[in-house]
Design a protein around this ligand. Sequence first.
Ligand SMILES: C[S@@+](CC[C@H](N)C(=O)[O-])C[C@H]1O[C@@H](n2cnc3c(N)ncnc32)[C@H](O)[C@@H]1O
Length: 244
Amino acid sequence: VTDAARDWWEATADYFQDEADVAVGVDWGPGTDGDHGLLGDVAGRDAVELGCGGGQFGVGLAERGAEVVGVDLSAAQLAHARRLAADRGVDVSFVRGDVTATGLAAGAFDLAVSAMVLQWLPDVAPFAREAARLLRPGGVLAVSLPHPAYEVLDPETGALARSYFDDAPRVEREAGIDAEMRVYAHRVADVHGALRAAGFRVDRLLEPGSADPDDYDRLWNYRPELMARLPPTLVVRAVVPEEG
Ligand SMILES: C[S@@+](CC[C@H](N)C(=O)[O-])C[C@H]1O[C@@H](n2cnc3c(N)ncnc32)[C@H](O)[C@@H]1O
């Protein structure tokens, strides 16, 4: 599983970073706008970005004064991230690793963020356990993923294409790329349950959006008409309870 995600990102990172031209700063994903008040003042906070990709989110946090470690499976993505941090003159530590077993010290962080990474994992539980391990008591996890309701649509026709309850991955291939994209939809209740089972208290759950297609730009295979009908992105914040 990890190999499939890594192979895909090693093969597509350069194309993706060129095409997507992701802005530096907090970006939870399609249809979202800014940090939605989830992070507050991060200055002086120890933050880890789980699945940092090209580093735009983590570099944005570093520019707001956080001490940031970014973790990603893909060496190609990390090369983009390191270049971005150098270009912006910020110090971010990027390490190659799996978000479900980072090898970072337990209890080393006040904040863990992860944008649009969970869809590459078959199961949320190992991710939730690792995030809980990395955070101090009172630490905050803020995570986004493709909204599972949007994922039932055929992105071209807008027809209902899958069952909400279908756990099988969606597998796609692109001409000229020697790897496959293998992504998983996670039900809202499964995300909530995995976070709770890992010891988190879930304190925010957001489905950003609007019913007006003009409020959206087309992004990859996300279509404004569809995003105006179902939310494309789910954003959740959870807290490690203080001891005692
Ligand atoms: C859609 S990109 C998102 C990157 C970044 N968070 C952003 O918002 O631009 C997904 C990233 O997750 C990484 N990834 C997927 N599975 C992973 C895993 N198990 N451990 C670490 N990184 C992973 C990929 O290498 C890729 O860089």
